[in-house]
Design a protein around this ligand. Structure first.
Ligand SMILES: CC(C)(COP(=O)(O)OP(=O)(O)OC[C@H]1O[C@@H](n2cnc3c(N)ncnc32)[C@H](O)[C@@H]1OP(=O)(O)O)[C@@H](O)C(=O)NCCC(=O)NCCS
Length: 186
């Protein structure tokens, strides 16, 4: 992706660099972080390789959220095709995700960063629709998505495999650019 920077009131979002991976690993595998992630424990080499691939992928707009120069979380945004019917414009959808260091939790930083990423996707990248999935019991994630203005479009009953709990419910949230511009933009 290009070398974009997004500033918010308290944070700066910028591409993840190789040297950030050690810092990300300080929180990425903590039990309270992996609890509601689909990819639970990650080993350092695969995490480094995944962020290198992301940096080289023009459709991957994921960024590190930094507070006073310290990486406190990452917000991922992958621009993808829709279902691919003939004539459908490509690269109109984006999938959103986020992982933050619990040491910085409870200050609204994740909400601030995710809100900025959503605005960036609609205003700068020209995305038409953003989706995000989470386990139904991931209350902090649900709260973020609802504060950002995303709509719960699917409650998948027993559709999501959880490493410790087995089959549990999942939610899919979505937001259209037109709704964002109408309701959320300042
Ligand atoms: C989800 C996550 C990013 C939230 O980070 P955070 O720093 O707590 O986020 P914020 O401070 O911006 O806000 C979280 C909101 O959820 C609420 N919240 C946090 N933990 C909660 C919990 N256990 N139960 C209910 N609400 C909770 C907060 O009160 C806040 O809402 P409020 O502003 O209305 O008070 C962080 O917990 C995380 O990275 N978790 C592990 C990875 C993960 O689950 N990622 C999402 C996968 S879908």
């Amino acid at each position: 992706m290009e070398n974009t920077t997004v500033r918010t009131e308290r944070l700066e979002l910028r591409p993840v660099r190789d040297e950030d991976v050690d810092r990300i690993l300080e929180y990425r595998n903590l039990p309270q972080v992996t609890r509601w992630l689909l990819r639970t424990q990650v080993d350092p080499a695969s995490l480094r390789a995944a962020w290198r691939r992301a940096a080289a992928d023009p459709d991957d707009h994921s960024m590190a959220a930094t507070l006073d120069g310290v990486v406190i979380g990452t917000v991922s945004l992958d621009v993808v095709d829709g279902m691919g019917q003939p004539g459908m414009p490509p690269r109109t959808e984006a999938q959103l995700g986020y992982i933050f260091d619990p040491a910085y939790g409870g200050h609204g930083y994740a909400t601030e960063a995710v809100t900025a990423m959503v605005a960036h996707a609609f205003d700068r990248l020209g995305v038409r629709r953003i989706t995000a999935g989470c386990f139904a019991d991931n209350l902090a994630s649900v709260r973020i998505l609802e504060k950002v203005g995303m709509r719960r479009e699917q409650h998948g009953v027993g559709d999501s495999w959880h490493a410790e709990l087995g089959w549990v419910d999942g939610y899919t949230y979505a937001l259209l650019a037109e709704t964002w511009h109408r309701e959320s933009a300042p």
